[in-house]
Design a protein around this ligand. Structure first.
Ligand SMILES: Nc1nc2c(ncn2[C@@H]2O[C@H](COP(=O)(O)OP(=O)(O)OP(=O)(O)O)[C@@H](O)[C@H]2O)c(=O)[nH]1
Ligand SMILES: [Mg+2]
Length: 297
């Protein structure tokens, strides 16, 4: 039996969470077309009779501005340190930039580094060899593999590559475990995912979700009550929309996903609240679950 941990790192929006969901075969992390979707380290676990791989999803590398951004960057950097393998996801569909290569160099350390060139389904075939060459020139890269999580291309091959680099050992998690996160966490994330999909990026980047109630009642229905915290009064008006139309629409969209995820009916109530500048306030960041700064040093 082989088992070990794999840090999945790369630029924001490279396709890390999409890839982990496909590798694990279940949705463990939310996905959106907007950069900075993932805010926490999320484990996705793949177990077979021969191996267990613990994938650690991370927030994508992005210019840090707010305290929340800085925490996210630390989470990613820290995760890349203490693992058996680093899986660097690089979206090469519009070419490989010097910045991509610098980021790649910055994660090269003791653990083997596998580069997954993502989104090859939207990449011009003739550009693949040049991208491969540029990456291969970086010292310390163990493997390079072009993949498409969306089309499932080379996903099995990537899994096999990873297994080659894992140490022999017993399972870290019980074989039925697919994630380290609770259902309650995923419910909050699903709400955030729908807000990411329905609003321009300034709004979702300033949103945090607080679950006040998450209970299965006697009739087998989940009663969920949550607050959508936003940063400004005008964001609140946008989130609510004319006569509450927007919040109704996004809540019903989220409820459907929550029902699918929980396999039960959901009764969802949502409130929009303003907490000015919460992304720069340590106490609020902590109360919304974004960890102490020094935890990640
Ligand atoms: N065409 C194509 N799009 C993809 C593929 N994988 C992911 N995407 C899209 O890329 C966007 C970003 O995907 P995510 O998985 O959220 O990216 P991420 O790297 O986790 O992003 P952050 O959490 O913000 O760092 C989404 O719109 C995905 O649907 C792929 O293989 N092909
Ligand atoms: Mg992500």
């Amino acid at each position: 039996m082989k088992s070990g941990t794999v840090a999945v790192v790369g630029r924001a929006n490279a396709g890390k969470s999409t890839l982990i969901n496909v590798l694990v075969g279940e949705k463990v992390a939310i996905v959106s077309p907007k950069p900075q979707t993932t805010r926490d380290r999320i484990l996705g676990v793949l177990t077979t009779n021969n191996y267990q791989i613990v994938f650690e999803d991370t927030p994508g590398f992005y210019k840090a501005r707010t305290e929340l951004n800085k925490k996210m960057q630390k989470t990613a950097r820290q995760t890349a340190k203490d693992v058996d393998v680093v899986l660097f996801v690089m979206d090469c569909h519009s070419g490989v930039s010097d910045e991509d290569l610098d980021l790649l160099k910055s994660v090269i350390g003791n653990a083997p580094v596998i580069v997954a060139m993502s989104k090859i389904d939207i990449m011009q075939k003739e550009n693949i060899p040049l991208a491969l060459t540029k990456i291969a020139e970086i010292d310390g890269v163990s493997e390079i593999i072009p993949i498409s999580a969306r089309k499932g291309r080379n996903v099995k091959e990537l899994t096999n590559l990873i297994v080659n680099y894992l140490p022999t050992g017993s399972e870290i998690f019980d074989k039925n475990v697919v994630s380290d996160k609770s259902e309650k966490f995923m419910i909050a994330e699903i709400m955030r995912e729908k807000i990411l999909l329905k609003f321009d990026k300034e709004i979702p980047h300033g949103v945090a979700i607080v679950i006040n109630e998450f209970e299965l009642n006697d009739s087998g229905v989940y009663e969920i009550n949550l607050d959508i915290i936003c940063e400004k009064q005008n964001h609140k008006s946008i989130l609510i929309g004319k006569q509450g139309a927007k919040i109704k629409e996004v809540s019903s969209f989220a409820r459907e996903s929550m029902e699918k995820f929980l396999g039960k009916k959901v009764f969802l109530t949502t409130f929009v609240k303003v907490k000015e500048g919460w992304r720069d306030k340590e106490s609020l960041l902590q109360s919304y679950g974004y960890g102490k700064t020094d935890e990640f040093i």
